[in-house]
Design a protein around this ligand. Structure first.
Ligand code: FES
Length: 69
């Protein structure tokens, strides 16, 4: 079971929304937030949100496990 945590309490943005924005091509959290119609307010979530975007994009760009295919 995946827990969908709120990452940004100022904008009520959830982890799944940030990951989806990264998959759509947003290269960083600032761009991801703008794609969701928001922007940083207090900035307290920025490092975590950036890490989520990087993590999601790394998964997209990682070589596929051909043995599992
Ligand atoms: S918690 Fe995201 S801008 Fe404040």
């Amino acid at each position: 079971m995946t827990i969908d945590m709120v990452v940004c309490h100022c904008n009520l943005i959830r982890e799944k929304d940030i990951r989806a924005a990264a998959r759509r091509g947003c290269p960083d959290a600032e761009t991801a937030y703008r794609s969701l119609g928001c922007q940083f307010q207090c900035g307290g979530c920025e490092d975590h949100a950036d890490a989520l975007v990087l993590s999601e994009r790394a998964q997209l760009l990682a070589p596929r496990d051909v043995a599992a295919a």
